[in-house]
Design a binder for this molecule. Structure first.
Ligand code: NAD
Ligand code: FES
Length: 280
């Protein structure tokens, strides 16, 4: 069993949990994910890692309540435990294997949309720990949905916060900030965009136009998370890829986002029915 040491509400329907998982914490790297299972009958839920502490043996996850399983997860408190906490899964971010001196020469821009701010955090923190300060944009629909702002401020070179409704800091979607930064003369060698698929699609359309190579982190429906079932398949550069073993990070300029969005909608009716049954 994997004990929950801390359970905290970050924003409406968005929770953070510190979980005791020493073996996962020891080998975690930025970009990877875990699959959690509440109990024997529970669904396997893939979640990108938000933070990890090898010494303390803890892994931090952030999730949003969207269906029955995540609502059940939100009911868990500190002291409760997950039956399964499998990971780290997937490939670490490719750039962490680059020569550190070469990496230091690169201007990196992270674009984080909503809950996607959580998986961006360990990447920016890793760079900061290696003497590299990246620019970071965090976007949310409204002020109350901004998460991890203080944490990100501590590790980012420059942090730009934007809300769709203008209730906090800049007004507009993350793409409008990218455009403004570039128009103001900022130059980037690499962009990493993580958030809803629609946000990653539009960020990639823009960065393609601007000539900035862009990595995205895909989180399609997953079952085994080990490349066996094919549930997480995507088309990248005309080839079929499995997000769980070939990703979750891919060249965003090659991902077929429209197909990914269609596949994401496939189980919406069943998911909705299960949530209604749970909430009755
Ligand atoms: P959201 O819908 O509130 O969007 C967050 C921000 O993304 C917006 O504020 C805006 O700045 C930007 N955005 C949205 N649509 C855009 C568009 N068309 N063009 C440009 N920018 C746009 O986000 P949310 O509700 O927090 O997101 C939840 C989604 O994020 C879920 O679908 C979840 O699966 C996904 N998610 C993905 C990852 C990942 O690893 N890729 C991780 C966590 C969550
Ligand atoms: Fe089964 Fe990726 S989740 S192949």
């Amino acid at each position: 069993m994997y004990k929950i040491l801390k359970a905290e509400l970050l924003a409406d329907k968005i929770y953070l949990m510190d979980v005791e998982a020493p073996r996962v914490a020891k080998s975690c790297q930025p970009g990877q994910f875990v699959i959690v299972k509440i109990d024997d009958a529970g669904e396997r839920i893939p979640l990108t890692i938000c933070d990890y502490d090898a010494e303390a043996g803890t892994v931090t996850i952030v999730f949003q309540c969207v269906g029955e399983s995540t609502y059940r997860m939100a009911d868990l408190k500190a002291g409760d435990a997950f039956e399964d906490f499998t990971g780290p899964l997937g490939c670490p971010s490719e750039w962490i294997n680059e020569d550190i001196e070469e990496l230091k020469k690169k201007k990196m821009l992270f674009v984080a949309g909503g809950v996607g701010t959580a998986p961006v955090y360990p990447q920016v923190k890793w760079l900061h720990d290696h003497g590299i300060d990246a620019d970071v944009i965090i976007g949310a629909k409204t002020k109350d949905l901004i998460i991890l702002e203080k944490e990100m401020e501590a590790v980012a070179g420059n942090l730009y916060v934007t809300t769709d409704d203008g209730s906090y800091k800049h007004k507009g979607m993350v793409t409008s900030v990218v455009e403004e930064l570039v128009e103001a003369g900022k130059q980037y060698d690499q962009c990493i965009a993580i958030g809803p698929v629609i946000m990653m699609k539009f960020t990639c359309l823009l960065t393609k136009k601007l000539g900035i190579p862009t990595i995205v982190s895909m989180n399609p429906i997953m079952v085994d998370g080990t490349g066996m079932c094919g549930a997480c398949r995507l088309t990248v550069g005309g080839e079929v890829k499995f997000a769980c073993v070939d990703g979750p990070e891919f060249d965003g300029h090659l991902v077929d986002f429209d197909q990914a969005m269609k596949r994401q909608q496939m189980y919406k009716t069943e998911e909705g029915r299960a949530l209604l049954r749970y909430q009755e």
